[in-house]
Design a protein around this ligand. Structure first.
Ligand code: SF4
Length: 229
């Protein structure tokens, strides 16, 4: 039995999507206070070897055969780049003639080997959840030495050379980036980044929704501004 896990397939824009998690448990370079997966007991940004790779790849092959997806979305329990076989996983999926979407928080897109792996993917999702250095340290609790400035510049420089579809996912967090000044700063970052697509989300799941969620009205207003609607 391999260690990859899957979500039920679903249809998005007419395509059948299979989501795969390539980490046996949570491994991330951040430890966000609102992480839906839970705490990061040890923050990591170096590659690790996990047991059962061959079995996991066999399972992935079987899942592709069984579900016949049109897109594979690597959406892991943390940062997928931490898996030292991620390049092989991506190229295996590509060898099946399938496009790959990779979710990363985006920090490691500044790392040359991670960038090389991301460059092979058809779609990459990078994220932003706070807008000040102080909040980045306090709320996203990254590995020591990380800065928000570098985080953004890693994504910007990645996308300058990336030929695929870069999707920028902005999470609106009450008290962190839902005021007018923050929304304008987010707009500037979108301009700098020039992504293929922007997605605006908010805290929707408990227990975080109560404290960090914004109202439907404010969400609609911010989305309108950020998407230039
Ligand atoms: S970046 Fe994502 S996976 Fe990592 S701690 Fe934050 S919310 Fe969790």
């Amino acid at each position: 039995m391999g260690s990859f896990t899957y979500k039920d397939t679903y249809i998005e824009d007419g395509n059948k999507v299979l989501e795969v998690n390539v980490l046996p448990e949570k491994y991330c370079n951040f430890d966000c206070i609102f992480c839906p997966i839970g705490r990061s007991p040890k923050k990591v940004d170096t590659q690790m070897t996990f047991d059962g790779f061959q079995e996991s790849m066999q399972d992935l092959d079987n899942m592709i055969e069984k579900t016949k997806p049109e897109l594979i979305f690597i959406n892991s329990k943390g940062e997928a780049f931490v898996n030292d076989r991620i390049a092989e996983i991506v190229s295996f999926i590509k060898s099946k003639g399938l496009p790959v979407r990779l979710l990363t928080n985006g920090y490691l897109l500044g790392n040359a080997s991670c960038r090389e792996i991301a460059n092979v993917c058809d779609e990459v999702i990078g994220e932003i959840k706070v807008i000040t250095e102080e909040d980045f340290q306090k709320v996203q609790r990254p590995i020591e030495g990380y800065t928000l400035e570098e985080y953004i510049s890693n994504m910007v420089s990645f996308n300058k050379q990336y030929t695929g579809k870069f999707i920028f996912e902005i999470t609106i967090v009450k008290g962190c980036n839902d005021d007018e000044v923050s929304v304008q700063k987010l707009k500037e970052i979108i301009k700098l980044l020039s992504p293929s697509k922007v997605i605006v989300v908010r805290m929707e799941d408990e227990p975080f929704k109560k404290k960090l969620g914004i109202s439907d009205e404010r969400y609609a207003e911010i989305t309108k501004i950020l998407l230039n609607k």
